[in-house]
Ligand binder design. Structure first.
Ligand SMILES: *[C@@H]1O[C@H](CO)[C@@H](O)[C@H](O)[C@H]1NC(C)=O
Ligand SMILES: *[C@@H]1O[C@H](CO)[C@@H](O)[C@H](O)[C@H]1NC(C)=O
Ligand SMILES: *[C@@H]1O[C@H](CO)[C@@H](O)[C@H](O)[C@H]1NC(C)=O
Length: 522
């Protein structure tokens, strides 16, 4: 493979013209095939066939009926002409198979792809001068990144082969540590984000940096910050475009409490997209497919629904990653909810070793939504010494110390699917137990959640104790170790550090951009 890669740098002799056009057609089809799903990270897990099959089941379980409808709505015929049609059937088994090693033939043809770096290609005898647009060059760089990631994905021995001073992803917490590492490095090299300047704070370019919506504000602030490594001020150089509105702020300023009326919020989003679509060529070029919004508010999905293309084509980075509300893991990304009560993370990280954790399972929280209702109903009054479930903690008991004394921390969905408890548990080095329906956990495109968390179905709430007691001590110790390893990906550093929650969020967006190909409209 490395030989074919290097030979791609040499320009091949031009074949006769008729052969040439057939070849070009062939290349277009192949490229479309390749651009389907840089879910290569998913497909090529470091896993046996059996593992793959069960991963696949897990992913299918994520897809609720509404999401399935949204997916089928994304038929290639629906897409603007400017976008090639790399869209699903990513959820079908055949597509998973297509992520298998690229065949030698495919690689051979890829090497004959004209290199846009040669600005001008002169073809005999007609002397056609072809100028590649900046977009074509960007797309070519993405296609090289895809190949590099696919190549890395083939190294299945769990040890990343790329040296990295900060951190090298390894082990079963990743679906494919090598593919992830390569993808991360390619992102650092290539990814550029343009932030639209339109709009005034506080509803635009600002957001909350404390409490449960902190990931929304912190991301927006980070993107606004000068010196952010991904940000570009040249929109022609960008691979994605950020729509910097804060749903939390829109709610704060435009929502009349108790009215259940979100039209004013929707209006603001519609107006904003109208403005950027009128002033810049980028939205119309892709109908929003290379644009992203980000929100941790429950109403993130609802706010996006006022602009049909924002809902169904743009990348939506959401805490409320509920597949029953149209969250589509192929194009949308799940954002962790992190409750930063003081805005600081100091003091939140770490916990005692497993031997010092005397409680089997712990939860404390109010009755929000039907899953918590079932949990409290079932466990609150049992006063089981192993499964401690409270709607109100006994006086004198500290919530944080309960997290640290527990082996497993229960993380049921509340009014919406995401729960800040997942990251709380990871910070306190308590193995999270996800109890949810239709929730896509953060970074599931690269993380193998089954390796460091337990997922309990809502119908199994009465069996929680049996399920957790059924996990062997050695398996628990492995999971707890992996929770410590995965922690770095959820830490909200200020300023961000490589591989932390900010960079992982950007990486989610990068992967979704790799899944599509944009072309200049004719
Ligand atoms: C994993 O594979 C790579 C490339 O095939 C090799 O260089 C490396 O030594 C292997 N690591 C282990 C632990 O086998
Ligand atoms: C994009 O499309 C909209 C609606 O069709 C149109 O009003 C707008 O002028 C277009 N923007 C540009 C930059 O051409
Ligand atoms: C997910 O969305 C569906 C459909 O809107 C809703 O009925 C369900 O309650 C949501 N889940 C949670 C936990 O909010």
């Amino acid at each position: 493979m490395s030989t074919s890669k290097s030979s791609s740098l040499a320009s091949p002799p031009s074949p006769p013209r008729s052969v040439n056009s057939v070849l070009v057609l062939f290349l277009v089809v192949l490229l479309a095939l390749i651009s389907v799903g840089l879910f290569a990270l998913v497909g090529n897990g470091p896993s046996s066939r059996v593992e793959l099959a069960s991963l696949w089941k897990l992913r299918v379980a994520f897809v609720g009926s509404r999401a399935a409808a949204a997916l089928s709505a994304l038929r290639p015929s629906d897409l603007p002409r400017a976008i090639e049609s790399p869209w699903p059937p990513i959820y079908s088994e055949e597509k998973q198979v297509a992520f298998a090693p690229a065949s030698a033939a495919e690689n051979e043809i890829l090497t004959e792809q004209p290199e846009p770096d040669e600005m001008v290609a002169v073809k005999e005898p007609v002397k056609v001068v072809k100028r590649y647009s900046r977009l074509e060059k960007l797309e070519a760089s993405l296609s090289r990144a895809r190949s590099a990631i696919r190549e890395a994905a083939l190294v299945r021995n769990l040890t990343s082969v790329h040296a990295d001073a900060d951190y090298v992803p390894w082990g079963p917490i990743y679906r494919n540590p090598n593919a992830f590492h390569r993808s991360y490095l390619e992102m650092e090299k290539l990814f550029k984000i343009y932030v639209y300047q339109e709009g005034e704070p506080p509803m635009f370019h600002d957001g909350p940096c404390k409490n449960i919506y902190s990931t929304e504000g912190r991301f927006i602030h980070e993107m606004e910050r000068g010196g952010n490594p991904y940000r570009t001020t040249d929109p022609d150089e960008a691979l994605v475009y950020f729509l910097p509105f804060s749903v939390v702020m829109l709610v704060q300023y435009l929502y009349e409490p108790g009215s259940h009326e979100t039209h004013a919020i929707g209006r603001a989003v519609v107006d904003y997209i109208d403005v950027v679509a009128a002033k810049h060529p980028f939205w119309n070029r892709s109908l929003g497919a290379d644009h992203f919004m980000l929100s941790c508010h429950d109403w993130g999905p609802r706010a996006s629904s006022y602009v049909p293309n924002l809902f169904s084509k743009s990348i939506r980075v959401l805490c409320n990653a509920n597949t029953s509300e149209g969250f589509d893991p192929f194009k949308d990304a799940s954002l962790p909810e992190i409750n930063l009560k003081t805005g600081e993370i100091s003091g939140l990280l770490g916990g005692p070793s497993p031997s010092q954790r005397s409680i089997l399972a712990f939860f404390a929280g109010r009755l929000h939504g039907h899953i918590r209702y079932l949990l409290l109903q079932e466990w609150k009054d049992r006063k089981d010494p192993d499964v401690r479930v409270y709607d109100q903690l006994p006086r004198g008991t500290s919530y944080e110390s309960m997290l640290r004394q527990s082996r497993y921390c229960l993380c049921p969905s509340g009014y919406e699917v995401a729960s800040p408890r997942i990251v709380e548990a990871i910070y306190a080095e308590c193995v999270p137990v996800l109890i949810s329906d239709g929730y896509v956990p953060p970074f599931s495109d690269v993380l193998n959640w089954k390796a460091f968390s337990v997922q309990v179905q809502v119908k199994d709430i009465p069996n929680i104790k049996r399920i957790l007691m059924g996990i062997s001590q050695s398996q628990y110790l492995r999971m707890q170790r992996r929770v410590k390893q995965v922690q770095r990906h959820f830490v909200a550093n200020g300023p961000p550090r490589r591989y932390d929650v900010f960079h992982m969020t950007v990486h989610s967006i990068w992967l979704r951009r790799l899944n599509i190909r944009i072309t200049d409209s004719a």
